[in-house]
Design a protein around this ligand. Structure first.
Ligand SMILES: Nc1ncnc2c1ncn2[C@@H]1O[C@H](COP(=O)(O)OP(=O)(O)OP(=O)(O)O)[C@@H](O)[C@H]1O
Length: 264
């Protein structure tokens, strides 16, 4: 369903309005409480918050994998997200990859694009362009178990990027990797975003990672999750891990966020 009323966030890439979520299994857990925010097209936004505050739940609601409680809504370019009618404009990457162990990197990426029913020639072209960007060209014929953790997560990113989603939702995609690999992949992610300029919503536990990558950081409260701060990161782009992280302003943002989150 489309709406074109500006107040509803129809112009925005992501519009989250009065989103709450209560899980009602054997115990009732209110994971989210009245979450509101709007992200314009092309912005890179990170979500920080304490463990268990509802970050993954929020990302799953934005992706359409689960529906919010009644009264709340998510719109993607004006399309009302729901479990039954998920927007084609959204791609999601989780912490653990989704690759079939018996298929090569290339077939896994190919398979992920099949739902979009792209003509074979177009898909070949996209895969040929994507593999070098992900530094996986030499590994297109390798199986997941033959790759390092970082390569597997790059391939998982490839499975989503091949569909060219306008909105990229990332749930700690590099969270399980060692710090060095994670830093390298963040630099690559930033390079990709600088080229493609999709709208990105990233969940992370790392304040420095959020400041380095983002235009804006949303901070969530303890459970039940609400947005308690919305901070614009006015650091110049393009960003470079050495120079950007050494800048005084970078340190100021990290310190301020540390204070808000009680980890300074
Ligand atoms: N499917 C579910 N059924 C019941 N409760 C759930 C479900 N998914 C999440 N929860 C609960 O909702 C709350 C928020 O969980 P969520 O995974 O969204 O937090 P998070 O901020 O992503 O946590 P972390 O940073 O530790 O990954 C938690 O209390 C969790 O137990």
């Amino acid at each position: 369903m489309k709406v074109d009323n500006a107040e509803s966030g129809a112009e925005a890439a992501i519009h989250v309005h009065k989103v709450g979520k209560t899980f009602d299994s054997h115990v009732k857990i209110q994971a989210l409480q009245e979450v509101n925010f709007t992200i314009p097209q092309g912005e890179f936004v990170s979500i920080l918050g304490p463990s268990g505050c509802g970050k993954s739940t929020l990302l799953r609601v934005v992706s359409g994998l689960i529906d919010p409680d009644e009264g709340g809504e998510v719109r993607i370019f004006g399309h009302r997200q729901s479990h039954r009618d998920m927007s084609d404009d959204v791609g999601v990457v989780f912490q653990t990859h989704n690759m079939l162990p018996w298929d090569t990197v290339e077939s896994n990426i190919r398979l992920a694009a099949e739902v979009r029913k792209l003509p074979k020639q177009e898909l070949d072209k996209r895969i040929d362009a994507l593999l070098p960007v992900l530094k996986l060209e030499k590994f297109r014929g390798s199986y997941p178990h033959q790759l390092s953790g970082g390569m597997r997560q790059r391939a998982a990113l490839g499975q989503i990027l091949v569909t060219r989603p306008k909105v990229l939702l990332l749930d700690e995609p590099f969270g399980a990797l060692d710090a060095l690999t994670r830093d390298q992949l963040n630099v690559e992610l930033l390079r990709l975003w600088q080229e493609m300029r999709q709208t990105v919503l990233l969940i992370t536990h790392s304040i420095a990672e959020a400041v380095f990558l983002s235009d804006r950081i949303l901070v969530m409260s303890e459970h039940p999750g609400r947005i308690i701060e919305d901070i614009r990161i006015d650091l110049p782009r393009p960003r470079d891990p050495r120079t950007s992280k050494e800048a005084v302003e970078f340190g100021r943002y990290v310190a301020r966020l540390g204070q808000i989150m009680g980890v300074d």
